[in-house]
Write a protein that binds this ligand. Sequence first.
Ligand code: FAD
Length: 408
Amino acid sequence: MRRSDIIIVGAGHAGAQVAVGLRQRNFAGSILMVGEEADPPYERPPLSKDYLAGEKVFDRLLLRPPAFWVERRVELSLGARILAVDPVRHQVTADNGEVLEYGTLIWAAGGHARRLSCPGHDLSGIHTIRTRTDVDRLRAGLPGVENVVVIGGGYIGLEAAAAMVKAGKQVTLLEAQDRVLSRVAGEPLSRFYESEHRARGVKLRLGVAVAALRDRDGRVSAVELADGTVAQADMVIAGIGITPAVGPLTAAGALGSDGVSVDALCRTSLPDIHAIGDCAAQATPFAGGACVRIESVQNAMEQAAIVARHLMGEPPAHVGVPTFWSNQYDLRLQTVGLCLGHDHMVVRGEPATRSFSVIYLREGRVIALDCVNAMRDFVQGKVLVNARVMASPGRLADAGIPLKGLEM
Ligand code: FAD
């Protein structure tokens, strides 16, 4: 039986970064990274942005050149899926039947794109955007497509809509809630993005439910809504979130409801098993101590560093403030903090100028900012969020006053 001191399940952002972090700290033991995708670790954010738009080649998405993993003695087992974990024997079983023994297991398996479940969900011409393979398949299907329906008005849905507009398609975006981005941002930001997409010809339908997908010769041809209306569709892109990939871990007894629960050192409830990245739910001071799963590159990197430090006996580092970004058209959104539980919002600057910020407060303290084409607010706002600074809404709203030094 093969044995590795460390087995990492998932060759994505978090998995790659924990391997890098361990080698940077001179970890001398063996590291095996098992990933179900065929590619070595790559960046996911461009999948709904410049890679989808055909503006970046795949090689530029790789987190490290393939030789890096060989030089750093990180063994990659790609195209292999871990199906079971035995926490007592310290073993995992792969889909080819191989049983692997670990000293420490790091579960960095991210999530899988949630799929539609309505009648017609399995027709051809229906896509999700989670992996390189998804996007290659989507792009290959684009010639001949005129009408694209995007289901879901979260970041991935909106970015996909922008890329499809760029590709010259007629785009309809369907959102079940009464505004886009309702899960992650305040209404001023939602309304701004809705108007930007409408201005570029996207037909936005808010507060609608998908009833069924219609077909022509086995291919999707239209989306039928619960209100009886129909949107023509030669292609459907579903951006409706992910399901955390934690099945084998929870089957082995790891605690967690949405993903797997981890403590401040990213330890699961099972011995010698850590979990990091999109699949891990952790209490964070930036959500008032609530246990949340954060789907971002920054979080994946941060949790990877926590584990690498812990395994090498280093003291925990200061927890960094969550950040996120989204590119749509010529708009660069940068988010700092989590707006969860905000009780007040301030719009700083004028959305009509296409450079402004939405600032979120809880009990008078700044907890998050969404900055649209407003790099300085993002940089200076990070300091405010990090220190959960008390600031006067009136002064925050005045774009003439720099955020730097605004604490009362
Ligand atoms: P992943 O990168 O998903 O890696 C997990 C890997 O594990 C996958 O390859 C998966 O196939 C594999 N795996 C799953 N189960 C198993 C198993 N049982 N055995 C073996 N392997 C398994 N974040 C930002 O901060 N900014 C952005 O602009 C942004 N845009 C995004 C756009 C898109 C289209 C997507 C999909 C994500 C975006 N994100 C963005 C989120 C960010 O990419 C993720 O938060 C990050 O990739 C999480 O890293 P991870 O390692 O936890 O998971």
